[in-house]
Design a protein around this ligand. Structure first.
Ligand code: F6R
Length: 593
């Protein structure tokens, strides 16, 4: 998704904005640009399609002069991947520039209105109406920059995070409505960005913004926040971020994905170290509710599905795991005593936010399980549990997926009245995860990756909660290696998919003590048709052509067993020459429907 960073302060803007863009790259993008205001109050702009580094080599961003500016990474939605569609966009009179994440849904109507007023457009984007509307309010209606911006924000429909800069006043104004925007406050310097890592090397003091919040950065180095919907001043606390830039840097690893896979030794423990009162409060909300939905998208949905088995088995509690993008089909069942638990690492996925809003309109209670503090999901929810996994920079969910499973497992134990037992079990996991993520295991999995890198299809089988693991494994493999991978519940194989199995077809099989008897007979069905079997579980079997040992961890198997496949997916990407941190067409937080 698009990434935004704006800066004003005592230092030159270009190096800070360029660094910020590099730190926002993980969000996924296809073009980028930087605009500054120089000492003659002129805009200096460089933008193009491609990677930040490539554009920088071609255009040299560091040439841009001035101590204030805007920068943007664009993930195309309205209009193709072209230079003219890249941000920042400048108004007709050349005085106002804007960067934007989100969608202006009524842009066609606004554009027609501006065209009838004599405005022209040089891009196909929805964004370009924004600086021109501001110009309209200034030039044709006599407002000052700030009031013109407020009027403009009021006329926009859709989700957006927008930042504008005015050449004349040098004022920067940014607002959020449904898309992420956070304010960084340093000594004589201020930042507005989509995400904290964009400026974390400059300040750890942040203000989490809420929908409607409009930050005004005055050129004399002060800020104020008002709500553009009411015009009233808003007070928000400055909070200090507990992690530092090293957490958002690759360190000794070649890629963030591998770093984040390796971090799971710690992050699973951090996710389990929850405040007992918070877990108890959510447990009571689950007990009191009549009908509980667990909702999420992609990997987060797989965590929900896995947890639905666990809640049933461990706590005899029925819970509905539903894809957030399909949640509207269940609207009629939502009552005031329904509880919706939204699982989302970013807290910004639009399908999840839509589902949360529907639930709130129906009077339901909403709990969010989130990694990013201050994110929209936490702002809408009645209560939240944080994953505490630190920033996840690789587009693929790895450490946040196991952190979600950890929190959901803890809730299931708590619901079963076995909170301490759950904590104990999760502690024992440390040793297992340490061994699975060790270099020796990575080398072993590399041999498998070498073989699988040549295949076109990989199938994955699991039963019970390990069916959810199979779905997650297939997603990890396909999204980063681009090899087709598909998961089936073991019992479903004979109902159709078995026709796909031929000589040498690779099939990964997740095995646990509970499911062993049945899944092994499914594996035999594959083997007898010439399939190549990769077993993951506690015991090697003769039928397996390749075996990865993961000690039996009972209810915690889904947390451990996915890790070897995260490693496999990573190694497949590297062997095949793909960037594991930035798979094609994918974005870290999906803010479009
Ligand atoms: C897969 C992946 C995605 C996300 C999905 C939901 O590796 O990362 O499938 O899980 O886009 O994102 P969140 O959890 O931010 O709502």
């Amino acid at each position: 998704m698009c990434g935004i960073i704006a800066y004003t302060g005592d230092e030159r803007a270009a190096p800070i904005l360029l660094e910020g863009l590099k730190r926002l790259e993980y969000r996924g993008y296809d073009s980028a640009g930087i605009l500054t205001i120089d000492e003659n109050s002129e805009f200096e702009l460089k933008k193009d399609v491609g990677k930040v580094l490539e554009i920088d080599q071609k255009l040299n961003f560091l040439d841009l002069e001035g101590d204030s500016g805007l920068a943007h990474t664009r993930w195309a939605t309205h209009g193709g991947v072209t230079r003219s569609n890249a941000h920042p966009h400048i108004s007709n009179n050349g005085k106002i520039a804007a960067i934007h994440n989100g969608i202006v849904e009524n842009y066609k109507e606004l554009r027609s209105k501006l065209i009838s007023e004599g405005f022209t457009f040089c891009s196909e984007t929805d964004t370009e109406v924004v600086p021109n509307l501001v110009e309209y309010w200034i030039e044709k209606r006599g407002l000052d920059f700030l009031h013109a911006v407020l009027n403009t924000f009021q006329s926009l429909e859709g989700n957006f995070a927008l930042v504008l800069i005015d050449r004349d006043s040098k004022m920067i104004v940014g607002a959020k409505n449904g898309s992420p925007l956070v304010l960084g406050v340093g000594k004589n310097k201020f930042f507005l960005a989509s995400d904290i890592p964009a400026f974390l090397d400059r300040t750890k003091d942040v203000v989490y913004l809420y929908d409607g919040d409009t930050v005004i950065l005055h050129p004399e180095r002060r800020y104020e926040i008002i709500d553009y919907r009411t015009g009233k001043v808003v007070q928000r606390p400055i909070q200090s971020v507990s992690w530092d830039i090293e957490h958002a840097a690759k360190g000794e690893f070649d890629h963030f994905m591998l770093k984040e896979i390796s971090e799971q030794v710690e992050t699973i423990q951090k996710a389990s170290a929850q405040d007992r009162e918070v877990i108890e409060d959510i447990t009571q909300r689950i007990r009191r509710a009549r009908g509980v939905f667990l909702i999420g998208c992609g990997s987060s949905f797989h965590a929900c599905l896995s947890a639905s088995y666990l809640f049933s088995k461990l706590a005899s509690f029925h819970i509905n795991a539903v894809l957030a993008s399909e949640f509207s089909a269940y609207e009629d069942f939502l009552k005031e005593d329904t509880l919706v638990i939204a699982v989302t690492q970013s807290g910004e996925t639009i399908d999840v936010l839509d589902a949360i809003k529907t639930a709130k309109q129906k009077g339901c209670q909403v709990v969010s399980i989130v990694n990013v503090m201050g994110s929209s999901a936490t702002q809408f929810a009645d209560a939240s549990i944080f994953l505490n996994a630190g920033p996840e920079v690789s587009v693929l969910s790895t450490k946040t997926y196991t952190a979600q499973l950890t929190v959901l497992t803890l809730l299931a134990y708590s619901l079963a009245g076995k909170y301490e037992e759950g904590q104990r079990e999760l502690k024992y996991l440390w040793n297992i995860v340490y061994n699975i993520t060790a270099a020796s295991m990575r080398n072993r999995i590399k041999d498998l990756a070498d073989r699988l890198s040549k295949v076109e299809h990989i199938f994955v089988l699991g039963r019970g909660p390990l069916y959810a693991t199979a779905l997650e494994a297939a997603l990890k493999i396909k999204e980063v290696s681009y090899i087709h991978a598909e998961a089936f519940a073991g019992g479903e194989l004979k109902h159709g998919p078995i026709s796909l199995i031929g000589k040498g077809t690779p099939c990964i099989v997740f095995v646990s003590k509970d499911t062993e008897r049945h899944i092994i007979s499914n594996a035999m069905e594959v083997k007898s048709r010439g399939g190549y079997l990769i077993g993951i579980g506690p015991t090697p079997l003769d039928t397996f052509d390749f075996f990865i040992k993961v000690p039996e961890s009972d209810e915690l198997n889904p947390i451990c067993q996915i890790i070897p496949i995260q490693i496999l997916a990573y190694q497949l990407a590297v062997i095949l020459g793909h960037d594991p941190d930035r798979p094609r067409n994918l974005a870290k937080s999906v803010t479009v429907r």
